[in-house]
Each structure stands twice: as structure tokens, then as C-alpha cells.
Design a protein around this ligand. Sequence first.
Ligand code: F6P
Length: 317
Amino acid sequence: MKRIAILTRDCAGINTAIRAVVRTAYHYGIDVLGVVKGYEGLISGDFIPLDRRSVSGILNLGGSILKTARSKRFKDKEFQKLAVRNIRENSIDGLIVIGGNGSLTGAHILVEDYGIPTIGVPATIDNDINGVDLTIGADTAVNVALDAIDKIRDTALSLERVFVVEVMGRDSGYIALQVALAGGCEEVLLPEREHDIVKMSEEIKAGNAMGKVSWIVIVAEGKARASVIAETITEITGLETRVAVLGHIQRGGRPTALDRILASRLGSYAVDLFKDRKTGLCVHLENDREAAFPLSKAIEPKKVDIEAQYRLIKLLT
Ligand code: F6P
């Protein structure tokens, strides 16, 4: 293998992974190209050379130095073929795709339908990649959201209010569940389970009658809009509510130490796999050791068991 390319999405830790790929590849004497703007760049043949120097000082930067884009066009076979032609014309022997579900699905297509050697590195704040305990970016997102929630609690306590805080995660309740436990939040509404909002509001009302004065309710964006939940709570309890939608602050920012370490290990291991002529795999850590399994499994819906953690949140508040 003489030349590989890297394609990314964006979240904290992705630049750390780019650095690890580039420096490991150069250790093995492999050239590296960066694909600009994800699958859109693959379709238009937008590549930039990446050498050891070009990844200096990026390990603690959020986002992706390669930029990214959601590519609707890559779903179309005609554009997939253009992308494959660009890969071949640029003598790219292997592609490392760093991203979430959509990115890894694209990687799987490139391997299965076109025989392009490809390795996937799971990176998404949603932590929803099947078979992977922790994706790059998820720990930073949880810490960013938790920091905001700690601040909101100051006001919730001082003003005796109910706050409804909406966190990201698309169809995954991962961030919501983690911050609810770590932040001591009274309730968390998750896409993975049924919730009775009226019953929850009645419990808040009963708690208030007994002297409790502030609540933080976390709602995962995949479950409901925070504003709708807040309106229902006010209607049923008569209590004043406020809403905070945390949004994209959760995806950016400096990666935590955990994300930097994960990204460095997985990025480097992806190159090791190419060295061993492996392809079609998704890397992850298993019992704190680098491991890999087929991309076909990674793109299946993730099976999660959230009930034990949910019960713990309710037990501790
Ligand atoms: O998949 C990552 C994610 O940040 C989700 O949590 C969120 O629903 C979505 O992307 C937002 O997408 P966009 O940045 O395109 O609005």
C-alpha cells in the first residue's frame, strides 16, 4: 500500500484521529491525501496532500481540518462511480473513513460494491455505532452538555424553577442518559423508551406540594422538543418553566483527554490494519485493546439496554 486517503465528518477528536492516521502512515512510508468536504469531495476529486507537518498543532482542535458536508449525491450510484473513478485516478490504495452512521454506510458501499479497501473509524457524538462501546466525540459532547447543565442548575435552584434542557443525539438517547446521571437531573426523556409526560408532570406537582422547588428535565432531541414538554409541565403544575436547547455546542470544542486518546489509538490502528492488508472493518476498543469487526455489523441499528441506568437516575434523585 503506497497511498491512502482520509475522509471525515466533524466532531471533537476527529482532528486528533487525522493526525494519528497521517503520522502512523508516514512511519510506514505511506503517502496520505485528505478528502476535502467528505463524500462531496470524493465525488468532485477534491484532495489535498497531508504530511507530518500539516497535522502539527491540530490534536486539540474541534471540527475537522478537512471540512465536511452531508452528501445526498453519494446515495446515487452515478456519483458513487465518479467517486470511485477519482480514487483510482489518484492512485489511492485505501480509504480511512472517520465518522458516524452515514459515513460508515458510505464506507461499506465502497468496499462491498466497488472493492475499494476501506477501514471505518467510529466518530459521532451520538454514540450509536453498533458493536462500539464508545465513539470518538461522544465523551466531549457529554462533558460540554454537563458543564451547561451544572450552570443551569445554579439558576434553577436560585429561582426555584423547572428547566427543560434539550440535548443532541438524533435518534440516540446516549448524551441525555449520561448527563442526567452525571448531573443529578430529576428526569430524562429518551427515544429508546416510553414516557408518560402527564404522569411526570403530576409527580412534579406532588413534589412541589411537599416542598421541592426546582427540577431539571433532560429531553433527547430524538424524543421531543423541549418547548412542548415545558408547556405541558406548566399547564399541569402551574409552575414556571424555562427551556434551554444546547444544540451544536455539543459537537464542537476541544476534545477531552479521553477522546484524544481514543482517537489517537483508533486512527493509528486503522493504518496498522491496512499494513496487514485488512479491509472492510470498523475499529474500536474492546477490553481496552484495539480491535476490529466487519463494517456490515457497524451499520446495523445499535442495540442498547438503558433501563438499568434509567432506574439508577430515578433512584438517586
Ligand atoms: O449525528 C450528529 C448530530 O450532531 C446529531 O446529534 C444531530 O441530530 C445532527 O448531527 C445535527 O445535524 P446537522 O449538523 O446537519 O444539523
